[in-house]
Ligand binder design. Sequence first.
Ligand SMILES: NC(=O)c1ccc[n+]([C@@H]2O[C@H](COP(=O)([O-])OP(=O)(O)OC[C@H]3O[C@@H](n4cnc5c(N)ncnc54)[C@H](OP(=O)(O)O)[C@@H]3O)[C@@H](O)[C@H]2O)c1
Length: 256
Amino acid sequence: MGATSGIGYEVAKLLAQKGWRVGIAGRREEKLQALEQLFPQQIAYQIIDIEKDDAPELLEQLIDKIGGMELYFHSSGVGFQNKELEERAELATCAVNVTGFTRMVLAAWHYFTKRQESTPDFCGGQIAVISSVASTRGLGPAAAYSASKAYNKAYIQALNQLSNSTRANSLQKGGSSKSKPLKICFTEIRPGFVDTPLLDTQKYRYPMLLQPQKVAEKIVRAVEKKRRVAIIDWRYKILVFFWRLIPRPLWERIKL
Ligand SMILES: NC(=O)c1ccc[n+]([C@@H]2O[C@H](COP(=O)([O-])OP(=O)(O)OC[C@H]3O[C@@H](n4cnc5c(N)ncnc54)[C@H](OP(=O)(O)O)[C@@H]3O)[C@@H](O)[C@H]2O)c1
């Protein structure tokens, strides 16, 4: 989800190159078509706007096109530097990064639950989402963005806890059903600054800028290894480690 640009585009391309069958989605059809044409055997697309109520239904249609889903990968997101706290930008961020995100992650959760209940020997599903290193502290210049990413992080943690204590009636080979632990695993990816249209690099300068192709390689590795959390890259791991140590009263006085 969010394969028309930036990180999502690179991840979709890499998965297709590795032989995955990939269902791609976003709002811009011309971008989806162009990516599908690069891998016509492996990629199918569906226009989906995650702000709209019909998005879960359209996701199901996309899943049908590719013959089932083992991994739901959520990259869709928007972000703005908004020191002026312009209301439209703050609310637009919440609509995509919080409401749209919740809508789609829930659709994936319900799909995997139903699949486990109806498919004998279902191996389990994976939900992978991109949050950000911005999820780890509130950031003054991007208040709604950092808060929405903190929401992504906490939501995935909550769903993982819930899935560990939930059982599903799993269909067995003989047709009987047996209560089994829910088989969904979660991966949350926290990249640092990545050179994509989201950042508006014409207007602002960003330190330690990562390239989306390299980030996609690390993401795909983390997803395939079913890592619970992946911070990308190592420099941001160190940065996050230290900025988390800064006491709150001091953090709230830093001028970013
Ligand atoms: N770039 C960074 O520095 C950075 C750092 C950390 C985390 N991230 C996160 O990484 C993710 C991808 O960002 P990116 O940098 O690759 O940005 P990007 O190049 O701007 O891509 C954003 C993607 O989100 C999709 N999207 C936006 N609104 C949507 C909607 N209403 N419905 C469906 N899809 C929607 C866009 O597709 P359409 O416009 O076609 O709908 C596009 O494919 C985001 O969640 C972002 O917060 C980015």
